[in-house]
Design a protein around this ligand. Structure first.
Ligand code: SAM
Length: 282
């Protein structure tokens, strides 16, 4: 039986095809086009404006690397802020740590509702955790106006198109720095360097003008087509990026985390950049 195909074309000259059994839901919200599909290989797939955001099949890689790596690097984060993250996967992973509060600022309530209903495994009850604080609003406006301070800011955004574009601006990054407590860390979703090289270079240059220690780290997320996915790293405390593997392993054991991708041995190795990525940071 031939099923239909969901084709994502984020750039010119290449596309990602996912075989789908059915489209579970589709709507156009105030901010973007939302759709959820049942794929034959990756489980349910969330797409926004036709771009794959997350799939049940490989979301663990992205959410574990963007949550546990900075949390274990920091070591004593109490206040965490997630910008975006509407599917709830990042909130789920952050709340596995003994944080005091996880604030999540998501611009589109439809994404939260849609994923809670049709992809509940992503949030897995995280929105009901008393430490979860969901704010519906523009993340750029939030960091410009809040008087809260955070030990970790996770920018779990869409790509720099549509509502997500502002989350890659220098002004946004400056406001993020303002919201970080001493020793705080900012990490970002920064695209696939092989296919979106300019996105990484631009973010790196903007962050380097604002923070003392800026780089990126990598993990392969199959449905973010094109090889390694880059995660931006910025902090004014360089020691946060230089935690020995033994210390990371101690923290990982103490947190009693069940992970399917992140491992302490991967922590520092993720910052070892292949030449073509390192060249984008020069
Ligand atoms: N893991 C995905 C990826 O790497 O592509 C991103 C996950 S999540 C679905 C991205 C979220 O960012 C969406 O729910 C979208 O509504 C939200 N978003 C986009 N622009 C935003 C903004 N300016 N403020 C807050 N949330 C925003």
């Amino acid at each position: 039986m031939t099923w239909a195909w969901f084709d994502e074309s984020l750039g010119e000259g290449y596309r990602l095809g996912l075989e789908i059994v059915e489209t579970i839901y589709e709507e156009v919200s105030e901010h973007q086009r939302l759709s959820i599909h049942q794929s034959t290989h990756f489980g349910r797939v969330l797409a926004l404006d036709g771009i794959v955001q997350t799939t049940e099949g490989d979301e663990f890689i992205y959410h574990e690397m963007l949550a546990h790596l900075p949390l274990l690097a920091h070591g004593e984060a109490r206040e965490v802020c997630i910008i975006g993250g509407g599917d709830g996967g990042m909130l789920r992973e952050v709340l596995k740590h003994p944080v005091a509060r996880a604030t999540m600022v998501e611009i589109d309530p439809h994404v939260v509702e849609l994923c809670r209903t049709h992809m509940p495994s992503l949030s897995d009850g995280a929105f009901d955790d008393p430490r979860a604080d969901l704010i519906i609003g523009d993340g750029a406006r939030y960091v410009a106006e809040t008087d809260r301070r955070f030990d970790l800011l996770i920018i779990d955004s869409t790509d720099p198109v549509g509502p997500g574009e502002v989350l890659f601006s220098a002004a946004f990054y400056r406001d993020c720095r303002r919201c970080l407590a001493p020793g705080g860390i900012l990490v970002t979703q920064n695209g696939v360097p092989m296919l979106q090289p300019a996105e990484l270079t631009t973010s790196y240059r903007r962050l380097s003008a604002i923070f003392a220690d800026v780089t990126c780290y990598l993990a392969p997320v199959p449905t973010y087509f094109g090889g390694f996915m880059a995660f931006g790293w910025a902090s004014d405390d360089p020691t946060k990026r230089h935690v020995g593997e033994d210390r990371v392993a101690e923290r990982f054991a103490a947190a009693n985390l069940a992970t399917r991708y992140y491992r302490p041995a991967l922590h520092n190795a993720a910052f070892a950049l292949p030449g073509y990525v390192a060249d984008l940071l020069n």
